[in-house]
Design a protein around this ligand. Structure first.
Ligand code: KIV
Length: 279
């Protein structure tokens, strides 16, 4: 093969987008899946270039971007807006969009239409919805439209009022058994992966070993097939609270603050704009 053909082949290969089949194959060969949330064009571009496997456009956007107390006020319109911004910049990562509260719980027709809107108008490749046994029929209905679904069991933020806050789930045996049944029913309904949030590491390991679909953990220990965190949490952009499962990889707030302080000072003292910024 000529050198330039090899180069074309190689670059085509490196541009190939992750699919749900890749995630299955990664689980099968024991390769961990790295997932982060993004809600806009620049963050999605940076993490896509860095090689993140999956970008989750989470309804956590409500808390970390819009400043709501929880994810419940987030609308379909919000999710389509943020998903489409991410989809315009990410060329290699699989894009999963959260179905917001009240977009899939009321009836199946509405759930199917809203899942379809996230694919058609948002540009997502899969949708994620929260719940186990009780939501299995909805997962089945969406999967029947050839829309890949990621499940989400354990600490499900849209159930914050039922849970009485954001608490670790499944510490007691009866609840652990229920969560195992939830994860099984999500997988049986045809989900291509499942997020396990806020559950004991031992239970997450058990679920991950049993299911053939990949498990993506958040506060669920190291034995999940992949990990997901909220980008604002790992970059130190969200000072409101910092759960135990978050590791801070950078302190971007400090850098942003420094830049803004410098700008204000230079505007006030007249050193910006300089001749090089003027026409
Ligand atoms: O909304 C979100 O960001 C999520 C992850 C934290 C799993 O659902």
């Amino acid at each position: 093969m000529k050198l330039y053909q090899e180069v074309i082949l190689l670059s085509a290969k490196s541009k190939k987008r992750r699919t749900i089949l890749d995630l299955q194959a990664m689980k099968a060969r024991g390769e961990k899946i790295a997932v982060l949330t993004a809600y806009d064009y620049p963050f999605a571009r940076i993490m896509d270039q860095a090689g993140i496997d999956v970008i989750l456009v989470g309804d956590s956007v409500g808390a970390v971007v819009a400043g709501y107390e929880n994810t419940l006020p987030v609308t379909m319109q919000d999710m389509i807006y943020h998903t489409s911004a991410v989809a315009r910049s990410a060329v290699k990562s699989l894009i999963v969009a959260d179905m917001p509260f009240l977009s899939y719980q009321v009836d199946l027709a509405e759930a199917r239409r809203n899942a379809g809107r996230l694919i058609k108008q948002g540009g997502a490749h899969a949708v994620k919805l929260e719940g186990g046994v009780r939501i299995a029929e909805t997962i089945r209905a969406i999967v029947a439209m050839d829309i890949p679904v990621v499940g989400h069991v354990g600490l499900t933020p849209q159930s914050v009022h039922r849970m009485g806050g954001y608490r670790v789930q499944g510490r007691e045996q009866a609840r652990a058994d229920q969560l195992l049944a939830d994860a099984r029913s999500v997988a049986d309904a045809g989900a291509c992966a499942v997020v396990l949030e806020g559950i004991p590491a031992k239970l997450a390991a058990e679920i991950s070993a049993e299911l053939t679909i990949p498990t993506i953990g958040i506060g669920a220990g190291v034995d999940c097939d992949g990990q997901v965190l909220v980008i604002h949490d790992i970059l130190g952009l969200c000072e409101k609270y910092s759960p135990k499962f978050v590791k801070r990889y950078a302190d971007v707030s400090g850098t942003i603050r420094q830049g803004i302080d410098d700008y204000i000072r230079e505007v006030k003292n007249g050193s910006f704009p300089g001749p090089e910024h003027s026409f």
